[in-house]
Ligand binder design. Sequence first.
Ligand code: DGJ
Length: 431
Amino acid sequence: MVTSIRNGMPMLDTDGKPMHAHGAGIMEDNGYYYMFGEVRDGDKRVACYRSKDLMNWEFRNVVLRITSEKKPHYMRTDLDLVYHGKGVNIERPKVLYCEKTKQYVMWMHYENGVDYNAARCAIATCDTVDGDYVYRGSFNPVGNDARDCTLYKDKDGTAYFFASGRDNADMMVYRLSDDYMSVDEQVKALWAGQYREAPAVFEKNGKYYMLSSMCTGWNPNQGGSASSFGIEDRWSSISNFGDSVTFNSQPTAVVKFGEHYIYVADRWDPVDYNNSGYIFLPITIEDGACHIEWADEISFDVKTKTYSVFSIESEDYRIMANEFTAYLSSDGADVFTRPLSYKDESLIWNFWEKGNCYNIVHKATGKGLASDGTMRDISDKRSMLWTIEKCEDRVRIVNVESGKVFAVRGRRVMLASPDDKFGYCRIVRKY
Ligand code: DGJ
């Protein structure tokens, strides 16, 4: 039994085995929370775990496999789960129970396992919540492409499918048929051209909320939240949710715990999928916008249906060099960019305050950033001191001696003139 979750880290199930349920959906059924999520191991594609307390997850079944039973559905669906000899990719599985048919119905994002060009949804069904689901095929909803997705069941039992469409440019909303097995009507195309993905939907006190992210592959970015008084009504514009990297997370679900709404997210490891972690953070709502604060740890009390959070103040940061896809690294002599990896300690920097400026210190080597863009021994020389100028959610790092700004073009680091458009970066606390 564990008594807390260490946010951002991989989790172990109650058998002590690594939990693989990424891009998860969570539903409540017969007194348990059931988590359905991606697993990429052999012929496994969707795993199911259950928990009473959101912390201790019991493995129940691999509910969908490449080798699962297949049964064609009346729509034109493609039953292939192997493409060019390789198992397909199944992402973001979500399950609803349909009272009308007494079936558990799973919707998911289907890709061919080679690239992301299929852009389809797929469905599977089962008589029991954690049984062996029957694959019913993949298809394009009303002919649209569909990638990141989620399901939502409204209070009257109407089910909706949300999926990024038009090559991720729009967030499409589909009302499902009353057996949850097909699209009844596309009711929305939200935030056209804003490229939102990773939707997670919940309702509180008669208002609906959708969390989502921008589209930057496996890299974290600025999350967003929006609200509406009805799934098919007008939705608000998107307001920022979390910090510029959503505390190194991407939304996947929101689960109710007592009177609290808990943000469930993935911390994808862009270089090691199976090292991806999980995040559970309490949501607060102010003026129609959702907010989260970082917490290193969270624990849930099933008796009182309350949670408690705990954080260790960290002085460690990563410096994101350009649009969400490259981070500053060093070998103690030079500075360059590398992809995000939570295991890569060469991405960690400290800022030693010296009055109203800083030494920028590479934690792993103890060297400081110098005015020529190389790394040198730390000193109070003006060439080793920098000011940090805030520019909305980005900063400009300016050398005190030269007045040059720290700029990164691709993998190249340089000191540029103050108006250089590459002279911005994001300083992100290491969570
Ligand atoms: C971001 C999505 O949210 C993930 O589910 C996955 O499809 C990655 N993109 C692939 O780059």
